[in-house]
Design a protein around this ligand. Structure first.
Ligand SMILES: Nc1nc2c(ncn2[C@@H]2O[C@H](COP(=O)(O)OP(=O)(O)OP(=O)(O)O)[C@@H](O)[C@H]2O)c(=O)[nH]1
Length: 480
């Protein structure tokens, strides 16, 4: 070889070495290495604070008076359309839920009753046959159009004697809300913790390369956070890890916690607008597809309110199934609330109207209206709900419209939420069955899409398995 050829070879080799070195430097820069430098500190912190991963809301239920302007964070824009991943074989609004509602149901048999007092005769009368709470409600014809009684008209309801005053009720002991929240510890963690642990494992597991970031993204998507929320979380995490020079597992954990809490808009007003007004009760409408847990949530909420010293009337405006009204009546009897119900197939708007009328006449604090999730005609449901709300408002404004969503159906809950939000102004969301799914990420999507806060979460079938939603506590439970 000539000298020139040797020089050419030397130059090529030199260039290759330089390129390799630059490549290595760039790769190292993109990779974030985490150390366990402050593990001891994290452990010390863990000793001070319970890290069992349980959902422990720091406060009890927060009630407010309706009518005030809620201080909501502005809904976050949704730059990327929310992706539907389960469009097949899922129930839609008006359809049956996953478990057909007419299938034999367990109801609320898990709610223990106190032993009957020996000297009192046990009342074996089936709930539906008890005369004391059966109401004669306004006929459906009266509700239609302008014939519906206005606020000035005499109340159309045949007010039965107050069952609480005339009968010896068998009322469950209602535990204080603080104790209840303690008992819910760990419920959420059983289903959700895997997601949080997996995220922390990825973020705190040493070198964070592109593959790790992809896994973080996949984990968020699988947990049903949706593509828009996931994208934002990913961008913020990557940026902030670099900006804050995150180098330890504890720092990564703290950043992840902060980003997740921020995505849950912690400043939204989550108070249940159940405080009475001077001359009338507060009115809450509970809506949602059948099987999501509306009746159960109404009963659980009634328990909390009664425990808070409130007088409560429940309106069984789910007249599609007689069993639904029976279920609500059972709840009412156990918690010490009153119930207004109509005959099967009665006009739900009439039942709701009569309940609010009774609530005003009797001077109660709260009227909770449980609505149907299904009607005889599928297309009629939304119209019917709108009508229920309009008719109630001939007597009193509706303070809170709580949309009950079943967390286990994931993305489809979002579709339901959109449809309901178009028909009635949803002011809060109750996410039920969070004890049975790892897909709690739907919390993020619902708030983002509707701009409406998740106010309550259902964490079991028991009477006390309802908790106020608190972003920080939720994220702590998620991260374990
Ligand atoms: N695991 C669990 N089950 C729940 C929760 N909330 C409700 N359920 C159960 O879900 C089922 C349906 O609840 P319901 O309250 O009857 O639902 P609904 O929306 O009123 O149904 P319809 O009356 O048909 O419209 C019942 O078996 C409840 O016990 C929850 O938070 N966790």
């Amino acid at each position: 070889m000539t000298t020139g050829a040797w020089i050419a070879v030397a130059v090529v080799v030199a260039v290759l070495i330089i390129a390799l070195a630059v490549g290595l430097v760039l790769q190292r820069r993109r990779r974030i290495s985490l150390s366990s430098a402050d593990t001891t500190a994290a452990v010390d912190e863990g000793k001070k604070k319970d890290r069992s991963g349980g959902y422990t809301a720091g406060t009890g239920f927060n009630f407010s008076q309706g009518g005030s302007t809620p201080t909501l964070d502005p809904p976050k824009p949704s730059p990327v359309p929310v992706e539907r991943t389960d469009t097949d074989d899922q129930p839609r609004v008006g359809d049956d839920a996953a478990i057909p509602r007419d299938a034999p149901r367990r109801g609320i048999t898990n709610v223990g009753l106190p032993d009957p007092v020996a000297e009192q005769p046990v009342d074996d009368t089936p709930v539906a046959e008890k005369p004391v709470v059966e109401k004669t409600v306004t006929t459906p014809d009266e509700v239609e159009g302008d014939d519906f009684p206005s606020a000035e008209d005499p109340a159309p309801v045949d007010i039965a004697p107050d069952p609480i005053a005339t009968a010896t009720p068998v009322i469950d002991d209602i535990d204080p809300t603080a104790g209840r929240l303690d008992r819910l510890r760990g419920r959420l963690s059983r289903s959700q913790n895997a997601v949080g642990r997996s995220l922390l494992g990825l973020l705190g597991g040493g070198d964070l390369d592109e593959d790790s970031w992809e896994e973080v993204e996949d984990t968020l998507l699988v947990a049903d956070l949706g593509s828009a929320t996931t994208n934002e979380i990913m961008t913020t995490l990557r940026e902030q890890m670099a900006v804050r020079n995150v180098r330890t597992e504890a720092q990564a954990r703290a950043l992840l916690r902060e980003v997740l809490i921020d995505q849950l808009s912690p400043n939204m007003d989550r108070a249940i607008r159940a405080l009475p007004h001077g001359d009338r009760p507060s009115v809450l409408l509970v809506v949602g597809v059948n099987g999501t847990g509306k009746t159960t949530t109404t009963g659980k909420l009634a328990r909390v309110l009664v425990a808070d010293g409130r007088r409560v009337v429940l309106a069984a405006a789910d007249t599609f199934r007689a069993a639904a009204a029976d279920q609500l009546q059972t709840w009412a009897e156990r918690v010490g609330a009153e119930v207004v119900r109509g005959k099967e197939g009665a006009d739900p708007a009439a039942v709701a109207f009569d309940a609010v009328t009774k609530g005003i006449t009797d001077g109660v604090d709260v009227v909770l209206v449980d609505t149907a999730g299904r009607l005889h005609t599928k297309t009629g449901l939304m119209d019917e709900l709108g009508k229920v709300k309009r008719v109630i408002e001939k007597k009193a404004p509706v303070d809170d419209v709580l949309l009950v969503l079943d967390a286990t159906i994931g993305q489809n809950g979002l579709t339901q939420a959109r449809v309901f939000a178009q028909m009635v102004d949803i002011t809060g969301v109750v996410l039920t069955k969070l004890d049975g799914t790892a897909k709690g990420g739907i919390v993020f999507q619902v708030q983002r899409e509707l701009g409406v806060p998740v106010k309550l979460v259902g964490l079991g079938e028991g009477a006390d398995d309802l908790a106020p939603f608190e972003p920080a506590a939720f994220v702590d439970a998620l991260l374990g």
